[in-house]
Design a protein around this ligand. Structure first.
Ligand code: C2E
Ligand code: CA
Ligand code: CA
Ligand code: CA
Length: 279
């Protein structure tokens, strides 16, 4: 037994060493990634459920890591966050996404808005409001076309510092959406405290809407609450017509998901929007 224990410790040591090395090399590669233009933004349409009209898109980052292929944000965002690199990456993305949105307007996709995901780390330095302003100004994009998606985890600590910045940002006319709504912190006070204008119902509730009565009740309650509070509601992860129809009948205004389109590279997104406008 003793011998086995030693072996398994040794195994964990080796595994841990491997993990630490992999993480360190990812940090090194991430440092060079902006300079080398290895990031790309994919865009997923946001659609009004009743009219099926496209109203804009969510920006979702991808990393073309040399010798690794496309790396999903789920795999590198946590490393970018713990190393602090997310601030630099997030700033680049905000500038790029605002410019793309401006181009959509000139292409005739009138009133398309752009939603950008923010990490709580981006609120640390306190300069987020000024970064947002500069990105809008640089793209000559009006603030009401930009929506920032934040998660409930942002409200757990450092509330005053975060609140001040959110107020400064919303005062400019930028809107805030609560992403992954229903999965995190459950104090609902922040909905009013933080001027949220949209609730984004998490995919975990949407994906089994047809089979889980419990999730149906939760989704219904979220939609009802958003209506009473006059906050917009968007469902993420809609993959089929039946789910689309249920959400529509429950009074959910907007939706996003593979049923309509996967996230697409910029040019493909523009092509999709072009066809959409024509029909
Ligand atoms: P999220 O913000 O909740 O984004 C939704 C995720 O669900 C995206 O994954 C999207 O591709 C995926 N999705 C959309 N529709 C469907 C569907 O119908 N079915 C299924 N199964 N999935 C769907 P993605 O692009 O891999 O992003 C994962 C997460 O990474 C995001 O979750 C977000 O938290 C984070 N992320 C992505 N881009 C950024 C970014 O630019 N900055 C930050 N801070 N986080 C980002
Ligand atoms: Ca999001
Ligand atoms: Ca989500
Ligand atoms: Ca998420």
């Amino acid at each position: 037994a003793k011998k086995q224990e030693n072996n398994s410790f040794r195994y964990f040591d080796l595994q841990m060493e491997k993990d630490i090395n992999a993480r360190m090399s990812m940090v090194q590669d991430l440092k060079r990634a902006i300079e080398n233009k290895e990031f790309e933004i994919y865009y997923q349409p946001k659609v009004e459920l009743t009219s099926e009209k496209m109203i804009g898109a969510e920006a979702l980052i991808r990393w073309h890591r040399p010798e690794h292929g496309i790396v999903s944000p789920a795999d590198f965002i946590p490393v970018a966050e713990s190393s602090g690199l997310i601030s630099e990456i997030g700033k680049w993305l905000l500038y790029e996404a605002c410019q793309h949105c401006k181009t959509w307007h000139t292409l005739g996709f009138h009133d398309f808005s752009i939603a950008v995901n923010l990490s709580p780390i981006q609120f640390r330095r306190g300069n987020l409001p000024s970064i947002v302003s500069k990105a809008l100004k640089h793209a000559d994009l009006s603030a009401n076309y930009l929506e920032l998606e934040i998660t409930e985890s942002l409200f757990i600590d450092d509330t005053e510092h975060v609140k001040e910045q959110i107020h400064a940002i919303t005062a400019k006319g930028v809107s805030m959406a609560i992403d992954d709504f229903g999965t995190g912190y459950s104090n609902l006070n922040y909905l009013t405290n933080f001027n949220a204008s949209t609730l984004k119902i998490d995919r975990s509730f949407i994906k089994d809407l047809l089979t889980s009565a419990q999730h149906l009740h939760i989704v219904n309650a979220i939609i009802q609450m958003s209506q009473v509070m006059e906050i917009d509601c968007i469902a993420e992860g809609i993959e089929d017509t039946a789910t689309w129809d249920i959400l529509k009948s429950l009074g959910c205004q907007y939706g996003q998901g593979y049923y309509w389109s996967e996230p697409l590279p910029y040019k493909e997104f523009c092509r999709l929007a072009q066809n959409h406008i024509k029909h």
